[in-house]
Design a protein around this ligand. Structure first.
Ligand SMILES: [Zn+2]
Length: 308
């Protein structure tokens, strides 16, 4: 008896997983009944589809109701039709496929991404305010140069733009290392920009979780990249692993590089000119070298994939 129940549960679970996998790959069904006619209340036009082709009023709109009260209020935040919550939901459970859909032109699948980032930024500020957050990062920041401190103060006040600025250091490394990926090969820099916008939303969520629970949640940031890029670029586990790892390392090196160069220009360093230039040269080598090697390996393995 127990064995039968267990088997049934296992079958059920496998089916559910199959459903989930299918949903991950294709979350939306845009097919509609071409024989179903609607009557537009606004312009009194007869049409087929979800919206009136003349005035774009939604099909099935009737008199104003309680639902309209809620909708109109939500609209102030830009939260009508493509729901913010549903986009966040997708960003959690099928992030790579979701981003892939968006950058390839299925714009209607997502709440406008930059707006989403800024709204999440405001929510994050409220969370910070309510929790009176004391970050570990603050201790680290205290010991750094005034320039870096200034940046962190700005980041704290503008979490949306702030995290976007941070993760944009991953834009070029991603563009380079994933040029020959099985999915989304040779993505453009604007596509790369939107990838990083979505990534900053994920990072912001992790940031809020860290505020709520423990700072160890920051460890989730690399995991976000592993998980999302796996779906977005479709490399195997290890192929994805070393590329994301290199991407994070070179991105981090380029942050250090930017800081060193700015400090040198602003004249905010105690180092001599020679040692500053040495540091900058070293960081430049560390941020560019691995990228070039990584890209050459990717090109070679992509060639094998084609022939094999
Ligand atoms: Zn109409």
């Amino acid at each position: 008896m127990v064995a039968i129940v267990c088997t049934l549960m296992a079958i059920n679970f496998r089916q559910r997983y199959k459903h989930f996998k299918a949903w991950q790959l294709r979350a939306f069904d845009w097919s509609f009944d071409k024989n179903e006619h609607h009557w537009c209340v606004n312009c009194e036009n007869d049409f087929v589809g979800n919206h009136c082709p003349y005035c774009s009023q939604k099909a099935g709109m009737g008199k104003v109701s309680w639902a309209s009260v809620v909708q109109s209020t939500a609209e102030v935040w830009g939260m009508h039709n493509r729901s913010l919550l549903y986009s966040l939901w997708q960003l959690m459970f099928r992030p790579g496929y979701f981003i892939s859909d968006y950058i390839n032109g299925k714009r209607q699948v997502s709440f406008p991404p930059v707006k989403m980032l800024l709204i999440m930024g405001v929510i994050s500020l409220i969370v910070d305010h309510l929790l009176v957050v004391t970050d570990v990062t603050k201790e680290v920041v205290k010991s750094s140069s005034p320039l870096v401190q200034q940046f962190f103060a700005w980041l704290e006040e503008n979490p949306g733009w702030g995290w976007l600025t941070c993760v944009c250091f991953f834009l070029i490394p991603t563009w380079y290392l994933f040029r020959y990926a099985p999915r989304n090969a040779k993505h453009s820099l604007p596509q790369g920009f939107f990838i990083q916008v979505f990534m900053s939303v994920q990072v912001l969520i992790v940031d809020d979780l860290a505020d709520f629970f423990t700072d160890y949640f920051y460890l989730l940031i690399p995991l976000c990249y592993f998980y999302t890029y796996r779906q977005l670029f479709a490399y195997g586990f290890w192929g994805n692993f070393w590329r994301v790892f290199l991407m994070l390392v070179t991105g981090f090196m380029s942050v250090m590089l930017a800081v060193s160069i700015t400090e040198l220009i602003v004249g905010e360093t105690e180092k001599t000119l020679v040692s500053s230039i040495e540091t900058i040269g070293g960081l430049l080598a560390l941020s560019v070298g691995p990228l070039v090697v990584g890209m050459i390996i990717s090109k070679v393995t992509a060639g094998h994939r084609k022939h094999g």
